[in-house]
Design a protein around this ligand. Structure first.
Ligand code: ATP
Length: 351
C-alpha cells in the first residue's frame, strides 16, 4: 500500500497544450479515490502516469516518498483493471484468480484460499471450476476485477472505468462489493469514471477533474455541501447547483434575480461581480422571496423539482411535499446554504 504524491506533476502530449495542468497533491495511503470528470478532462492521462504507462512531461510521482517517475509499470507493484476483460480463456475461474499470486510465488494452498475468498465477494463461487471461455461478458469482467483485487501487497489498485461492460443491474451490486473489499483490505484504490453515481458510491475521496485540472478532492459530502469550484457544484448533483450571476452590495449582500439577497456572513474582499451558488435542495417555492416563473415541475418520486425562470435564467428549486404550485410563486433561499464564487472559486467569508 502506498501514499501517492504528485510533485509539480504535469503533462503535455507532443504538439499539444497541457492535458494535465501542474498539480501538487498527496493521496493518502489506503484511500478509496475516484477520479471523476467529463470526457477529455485528463483522467486517463493521470491514471496512466500513476501506473507508469505514460511518462509525464514535467514533475514527479512519489510512492511513499520514493520517486517512481522513471519506473515502468511492472516495477511499480500496481494492479490494474481495465474497461474490458483481461482473462486467460483456457484457465478456470479459480486458476485465473490465483494466477497473480502464483506468479509471485505464493504457495498453492494460500493462493487457492485467497482466490476463493475473492470469488465469494464477487459472486463467482459457483463458477470457480468453469473455464473462463465458457462465461459471459459480465462474469469475465468480474474475473478481471478479482485478478486486480486478489493481491493485498500492491502499492495501489487502479481501475479504469471497470464497470462499463457490466449489465446495469449488476453495477450497484459490484460497486458495493468493491467497497466491502476495500474495507477488508484497505489498499490504496484509484477508480476512474465519468459517472458521478459510481464515483460517489465507491469512493471515500473523490477527485473532480475539469479541463486538465484536479479542481477538488473531497468526501462525497464535502463535494455536495461545499463545492470548491463552480464546476464541481454544477457537475455533482442531479440537478446540479444553481449558479446566479450577481452584483456585490456592501460586504453582506448581493443583488440578483431582481432582489437583494442577504449573505450568511460578511465577505471582506469580493470583486464587484460574483456568482451565487445554491443547490436545488436548499431553494424552495414559498410565499415570500424573489419573484419567479414556474416552467414545469419534474416529479422524481421522493422529491419534486420546480424548473423556474429567475430574472430570465433557468433555476431549479424544491417544491415542498403537498404544496401546489402557488399562483404567485416566490423563491426562498436557505441563507446558511448559500455560497459565493469569485472567478469560479469558492470565496471565503468571515466566520
Ligand atoms: P475519456 O473519459 O474520454 O477517456 P479522459 O478524461 O480520460 O477522457 P484523456 O484521455 O486523459 O481524458 O485526455 C485528456 C486530453 O489529452 C484530451 O484533450 C485528449 O484529446 C488529449 N490526449 C489524450 N491522449 C493523447 C495522445 N496520445 N496524444 C495527444 N493528445 C492526447
Amino acid at each position: 500500500m502506498a501514499r501517492i504524491g504528485f510533485d509539480h506533476l504535469a503533462h503535455a502530449y507532443p504538439g499539444g497544450g497541457y492535458a494535465l495542468k501542474p498539480m501538487d497533491m498527496v493521496w493518502e495511503d489506503g484511500g478509496a479515490y475516484a477520479l471523476l470528470g467529463p470526457s477529455g478532462c485528463g483522467k486517463t492521462t493521470l491514471l496512466n502516469i500513476i501506473s507508469g504507462l505514460l511518462r509525464p512531461s514535467e514533475g514527479r510521482v512519489l510512492f511513499d516518498g520514493t520517486d517512481v517517475t522513471a519506473l515502468p509499470t511492472e516495477r511499480r507493484n500496481v494492479a490494474q483493471v481495465f474497461q474490458f476483460p483481461v482473462v486467460y480463456d483456457t484457465m478456470t475461474v479459480r486458476e485465473n484468480l490465483a494466477f497473480p499470486l502464483r506468479n509471485r510465488g505464493v504457495p498453492a494452498a494460500a493462493a487457492r484460499a485467497r482466490a476463493e475468498h475473492v470469488a465469494g465477494l464477487l459472486g463467482l463461487t459457483r463458477d470457480l471450476d468453469r473455464r473462463a471461455r465458457n462465461l459471459g461478458a459480465d462474469e469475465k469482467q468480474k474475473i478481471s476485477l478479482g485478478r486486480g483485487l486478489v493481491r493485498d501487497d500492491v502499492a495501489a489498485i487502479l481501475f479504469d472505468e471497470p464497470l462499463t461492460v457490466i449489465d446495469p443491474h449488476l453495477k450497484w451490486e459490484l460497486r458495493s462489493r468493491l467497497k466491502e473489499l476495500h474495507r477488508q483490505v484497505p489498499v490504496t484504490m484509484i477508480y476512474v469514471t465519468h459517472d458521478q453515481t459510481e464515483a460517489l458510491t465507491f469512493a471515500d475521496r473523490v477527485a473532480v477533474m475539469s479541463a486538465g485540472e484536479v479542481v477538488q478532492v473531497g468526501t462525497p459530502e464535502a463535494l455536495f455541501e461545499r463545492p470548491a469550484h463552480t464546476f464541481v457544484g454544477h457537475f455533482i448533483g442531479s440537478p446540479g447547483m444553481n449558479l446566479l450571476p450577481c452584483t456585490v452590495e456592501g460586504r453582506e449582500a448581493v443583488l440578483a434575480g431582481g432582489g437583494r439577497i442577504a449573505l450568511p456572513h460578511a465577505y471582506p474582499a469580493l470583486p464587484g461581480k460574483v456568482e451565487l451558488g445554491i443547490r436545488p435542495d436548499f431553494a424552495t417555492l414559498a410565499r415570500d422571496g424573489l419573484p419567479v416563473t414556474v416552467q414545469r415541475v419534474d416529479d422524481l418520486g421522493r422529491r419534486r423539482i420546480a424548473r423556474l425562470l429567475l430574472d430570465g435564467r433557468p433555476f431549479a428549486a424544491t417544491l415542498p411535499e403537498g404544496m401546489p404550485v402557488p399562483a404567485e410563486p416566490r423563491l426562498a433561499l436557505d441563507p446558511a446554504r448559500l455560497h459565493i464564487y469569485a472567478d469560479g472559486r469558492l470565496a471565503r467569508g468571515e466566520a
